[in-house]
Design a protein around this ligand. Structure first.
Ligand SMILES: *Cc1c(COP(=O)(O)O)cnc(C)c1O
Length: 370
């Protein structure tokens, strides 16, 4: 049997009737931008995250970018300020920073959790540091209590890139509720995926929420009045309606991902494959199940030969991208190494049990074949 990496169509097919009813509701309403669906989703998603405000935006990159832009408008950030960011992350975390003429300061991860290393974080703080952008990579929460105390001690903003962590939680708090503000992506493959591009900013800060709400809509607070030079990055009614259906099933889906992860972690015993370390089950929403191997490319080929699709998240770290030539001097050996060794195994709420067993068997057979 062929095992796909992730099947968004199959995942959505479970709710096809509800999604189609919601789509029909939007079509028949005749109102497609900033209406009742967006307002309702914003309330429901804020309640889910356990925060006061959610503001729907066009995508996850814009969510992160508009948080930073919002803090600039509010006077908390200025052009040229330094933002600490993990070196091993998806490039969007960096783009949000540089888009706002802020300076990314990449910090090495902890090798076990893939998330920012709190010790190295302390070393990176300088006189121009104004914020920490924590990324809950692969769905595992960064060490938020430690990051929060560092941020507090140095008077820094703490922002969460929660694009991979919908549903991760710690001590009753959910991803998105730990920092001053958080950006979510609802790209179709994320734990909570729309049927197109979508994103949201969540925060307890009423001033930031109002600022982002204006910035996403041409910088307008009152129609045709523009205190800010904003952008057009609105969550639309159709995607909000889709998300309202899928939000109801998010916890169930995350639970299914945890079951797949638990089975992988119990059964894969292979000296050439390093399993992901987990601080606590609840803290991981398993957006991706990422193993490490010194023979990553061979492992990927071997899996391919067994009919199993895997992916690399990510092959090239931001500081090695041509777009960030100015960061090429950054010394991030662990980040470089992880990008050579990581491989994401099939993962998702609809991955059948026999597919999981096929992946396990293929991993067990790796290196044993002639
Ligand atoms: C997906 C993702 C983003 C960007 O989200 P988009 O909706 O694709 O713009 C940002 N950060 C991380 C870590 C992501 O995985």
């Amino acid at each position: 049997m062929n095992v796909p990496f992730f099947n968004a169509g199959e995942s959505n097919a479970r709710y096809a009737d509800e999604l189609k009813a919601a789509a029909a509701r939007v079509i028949d309403s005749g109102w497609y931008i900033l209406g009742e669906e967006v307002a309702a989703f914003e309330q429901e998603f804020a309640a889910y995250c356990g925060v006061r405000h959610a503001v729907g935006v066009g995508n996850g990159l814009d969510a992160l970018s508009l948080i930073l832009r919002g803090y600039k408008e509010l006077g908390a950030l200025r052009e040229g300020d330094e933002i600490i960011v993990p070196g091993n992350t998806f490039i969007a975390s960096f783009l949000a920073i540089t888009e706002n003429r802020l300076v990314p300061v990449p910090v090495e991860p902890d090798a076990a959790t893939f998330n920012i290393d709190p010790v190295r974080l302390n070393e990176a703080i300088g006189p121009r540091t104004r914020a920490i952008m924590a990324v809950h990579l692969y769905g595992q929460l960064a060490d938020m209590p430690v990051l929060a105390s560092v941020a507090k001690q140095h008077g820094l903003l703490l922002i969460e890139d929660a694009a991979q962590a919908h549903g991760a939680r710690r001590d009753g708090r959910k991803a998105g509720a730990f920092g001053d503000a958080a950006g979510f992506s609802f790209f179709p493959t994320k734990n909570l995926g729309a049927l197109g591009d979508a994103g949201a900013v969540v925060t307890d800060d009423a001033a930031l929420a109002a600022q982002v709400a204006a910035l996403r809509n041409y910088g307008s607070d009152v129609k045709y009045h523009h205190p800010f030079r904003g952008v057009n990055s609105r969550l639309d009614e159709m995607q909000a309606a889709m998300l309202r259906v899928k939000l109801k099933y998010l916890d169930e889906d995350v639970q299914r991902r945890r079951q797949v992860a638990r089975r992988y972690r119990d059964a894969i015993r292979q000296p050439d494959i390093l399993l992901p370390a987990v601080a606590h089950e609840e803290q991981h929403a398993w957006h991706l199940f990422v193993v490490r191997s010194g023979h990553r490319d061979a492992l990927q080929q071997h899996l391919q030969g067994c009919g199993i699709q895997s992916q690399v998240h990510y092959p090239v770290p931001p500081h090695r991208q041509p777009a960030y030539a100015m960061l090429q001097g950054a010394h991030l050996p662990l980040t470089d190494r992880l990008h050579r060794e990581v491989l994401s195994l099939p993962m998702g709420p609809t991955l059948p049990g026999d597919a999981v067993e096929q992946v396990i068997q293929a991993c067990q057979a790796f290196g044993c074949s002639p």
